[in-house]
Design a protein around this ligand. Structure first.
Ligand code: CA
Length: 747
């Protein structure tokens, strides 16, 4: 599917010099971010499971065209032919579903206003989707719809044909309500699902208006051909009054001004990284991924009439001062999304950390899967990683720390009474046995591995806060619990019963059971904080490397028995041509970087390049599984930059190989340029031909190790990689070159 797109359009938006790589212009970066990527997905096979999210960076509300009925999670699918409406959405994933949604749909003489009945044929050839602007031609009605968002509001500009039957449908969805229509003023108010209060102000009066169930059907006076109707719409989970406050974001502003402001906001946010590359597809994929990394977790708060943040708590339903963020699953996003935000957008993570504090105060727990309240989904207690990385990278600091320390300790030592993904399920047994026994709960080995890493995160956070050894020793001990599920007889993590016996029917290809959406070959590597310890346990670097190699070379066979059928993540592993390596799901996404610990970093460089080249494309089927709220996109951003945060909380980034000729990061007051050059010092032209790192320097000093630290990068300067066609078999091969491991800490 990879297409070499013509450069014609891009000459407009890029600075192209003869013999030099393309440099996307800072005022046009948003044109490289393609919301349509990843929208060609279905229940049984995910190529991203994305909808075109039209939003500001971290906007409270997102807008999307809808090509299916109201009650499917796959509400925009690239292959569909009809548009059913323009929806305000907060959906983090089709598996979780939406909340607070409502939609709008213009038409002419709409006979059947239901979500199916009002749908109109459209073509992608008449569709423009950008992060800050969407437009499409509704063929059945001869109406063009344009949409531009702000943080809490949007403008729709509707261009109708000449008609006296111009209609506009407001759909509050089941569970919502339309509470009032002012025909003279052209104002509609109500709420969508979950009491998301909305207000719409139309710049034309209505000649008729009626409410049928949750549908409002409005008709405008006779319109001239090409006459435009502007609908200004805002919403709030706090109150209708607050929705009216939010409407000020678009009142008195015309459509083009709002779209231009959105364009500027995205260009500034995307501009934290300025890149050079000869490959327009890579430029598109890079900014598409960076855009996806700036949507979740989303704001779940408003700015009140006095300019102060305020939110309605999903936990106690009270309106409370302060910020709140929601709509993310930490099981996915602790890995590389939050470290990316901590690196590039620390001011956002500071706010998100304030949101975590409020969540704990109001709900009694940190979230693990939030939508926007606690949801039972996945496993682990990875909020500890999100908190630890925010503080250890310096994004968060100050007075929240004491509350969040209390919160992570609470989460690490308690099970939620109802929701198994909150706190730690089977924590009593985890503490008693040193692992989660398989005869107590499912996904036992995966839980043990993640709890042990989360214990290490708590240890790091506690050390930073200067907590006494008497408090921290327990976490220093528990973070080694991964050893208790490592079965030396098979050299992999296995399920284990209370009596200490291993799963007698262990099968490394079996998905689920003792693991979560993966098998033992995927999960054994989840010892993020002690890879050197894992190498020792496997019998040394050679055995470790052989095992890593085997993941890529084994056939993609699987046993889906515990799931009772093939889940889409299994299918995505099977069809991608990477053997047992399953990039379409999270547990193994850090694994290609582990050769950095075992003396063969060139294999990391090879596989990272292969994964980015073969599994990411700026096309509707461009992802290789669920994108998952920025995680799989953040992976690509890190990969492009030549590094990856294998162990969030360590402050280190394991080195891969940069895929772009250069990338200049704005890190606070400083700028860091990551350069890829050839042996003669000229810019790298084709990373696929020269994927191997020959030499690394930071501000002129040779870097022999396979990692850099955040502390050294934030000082700015130049991180330079000399690239070549053949591996350098001597660089980064010593034990001293390896990144952090707990068992190598100097005592
Ligand atoms: Ca996933």
């Amino acid at each position: 599917m990879k297409t070499k797109l013509t450069l014609v359009g891009l000459f407009v938006s890029s600075l192209v010099l003869a013999g030099a790589p393309m440099r996307p212009d800072k005022d046009n970066l948003v044109d490289f971010a393609l919301p349509i990527v990843g929208t060609d997905s279905a229940f049984e096979l995910s190529n991203g499971n994305l909808y075109p999210a039209i939003s500001l960076p971290w906007g409270a509300h997102t807008w999307s065209p809808q090509t299916a009925g109201n009650d499917t999670g796959w509400f925009y699918v690239y292959g569909h032919h009809k548009i059913h409406g323009f929806r305000q959405t907060h959906q983090p994933s089709p598996w979780i579903g939406d909340y607070g949604q409502f939609s709008m749909m213009p038409g002419v003489d709409i006979k059947n206003p239901t979500d199916g009945g009002r749908a109109s044929w459209f073509s992608h050839k008449t569709e423009t989707a950008k992060p800050h602007y969407y437009s499409v031609y509704l063929a059945d009605y001869d109406v063009t719809v344009e949409l531009a968002p702000t943080c809490d509001a949007a403008i729709l500009r509707l261009t109708y044909p000449e008609t006296d039957k111009a209609d506009f449908v407001v759909d509050a969805f089941g569970g919502g309500s339309i509470t009032s229509i002012d025909e003279k003023k052209g104002v509609v108010e109500g709420w969508g699902r979950n009491r998301n209060f909305f207000v719409m102000a139309v710049d034309h009066p209505f000649v008729s208006a009626r409410v049928e169930g949750v549908l409002g059907i409005l008709r405008f006076p006779k319109l001239k051909k090409g006459e435009q109707v502007n609908v200004r719409v805002a919403s709030s989970f706090v109150s209708l009054d607050q929705a009216r406050v939010n409407l000020r974001q678009v009142q008195g502003k015309d459509f083009d001004a709002v779209a231009a402001a959105g364009r500027k906001a995205w260009n500034e946010a995307l501009g934290r990284v300025a890149i050079e590359t000869e490959d327009v597809d890579r430029a598109r994929m890079f900014y598409t991924c960076l855009y996806r990394a700036m949507l979740f977790p989303r704001r779940h708060f408003d700015t009140d009439a006095n300019g102060k943040p305020v939110h309605r708590s999903p936990h106690n339903n009270e309106v409370t001062a302060g910020r709140y963020y929601g709509g993310t699953g930490f099981w996915d996003t602790f890995r590389s999304l939050f470290p990316l935000l901590n690196c590039l957008y620390p001011e956002m993570n500071k706010e998100m950390t304030e949101g975590l504090t409020n969540c704990y105060k109001e709900g009694g727990w940190l979230p693990e899967w939030s939508a926007p309240g606690f949801r039972g989904c996945m496993i682990g207690n990875n909020s500890a990683s999100v908190v630890a990385d925010a503080f250890l990278t310096g994004a968060a600091k100050g007075e929240d720390a004491a509350t969040l320390w209390e919160a992570v300790v609470h989460g690490a030592n308690n099970s939620h009474p109802r929701i198994t993904s909150q706190g730690r399920a089977a924590v009593k047994e985890y503490i008693k046995y040193g692992y989660v026994p398989r005869d107590v709960i499912n996904e036992s080995t995966a839980r043990t591995l993640e709890y042990a890493y989360d214990d290490w995160c708590i240890l790091m956070f506690g050390r930073m806060l200067g907590r006494p050894a008497s408090e921290l020793d327990v976490y220093a001990r528990r973070c080694q619990n991964w050893r208790n599920v490592f079965n030396k007889d098979v050299g992999l993590a296995c399920g284990r019963k209370k009596d200490g016996t291993w799963d007698p029917k262990f099968n490394p290809y079996r998905w689920g059971g003792d693991f979560t959406e993966g098998n033992s070959l995927h999960y054994t590597w989840s010892v993020f904080h002690d890879i050197a310890g894992l190498i020792d346990a496997m019998g040394g670097a050679q055995a470790f490397n052989d095992r890593l190699d085997s993941v890529f070379s084994l056939p993609p066979v699987f046993d889906a028995t515990p799931y009772g059928g093939v889940i889409h993540e299994i299918r995505e592993m099977q069809i991608m041509g990477f053997g047992q390596y399953a990039h379409g799901n999270q547990p193994i996404q850090h694994m290609p970087y582990l050769y950095d610990w075992s003396g063969e970093p060139w294999k990391t460089q090879k596989w990272v390049n292969e994964i980015m080249r073969r599994l990411y494309h700026p096309t509707p089927d461009g992802y290789c599984g669920d994108e998952d709220n920025g995680q799989t996109s953040a992976w690509y951003v890190w990969g492009s930059l030549g590094m990856y945060p294998v162990c969030p909380g360590s402050g280190e980034y394991a080195l891969g190989a940069p895929q772009l000729a250069s990338a200049t990061l704005t890190l606070g007051p400083n700028k860091l340029t990551i350069k890829a050059v050839l042996a003669d010092g000229s810019p790298m032209k084709d990373v696929d031909a020269t994927p191997y790192v020959q030499r690394v320097t930071l501000n002129g000093q040779t870097v022999d190790r396979n990692y850099v630290t955040r502390a050294e990068l934030v000082k700015g300067g130049t991180l330079s990689f000399t690239m070549g066609p053949k591996p350098n078999l001597t660089r980064g091969t010593t034990a001293a070159a390896a990144p952090y491991s707990f068992s190598r800490e100097k005592k």
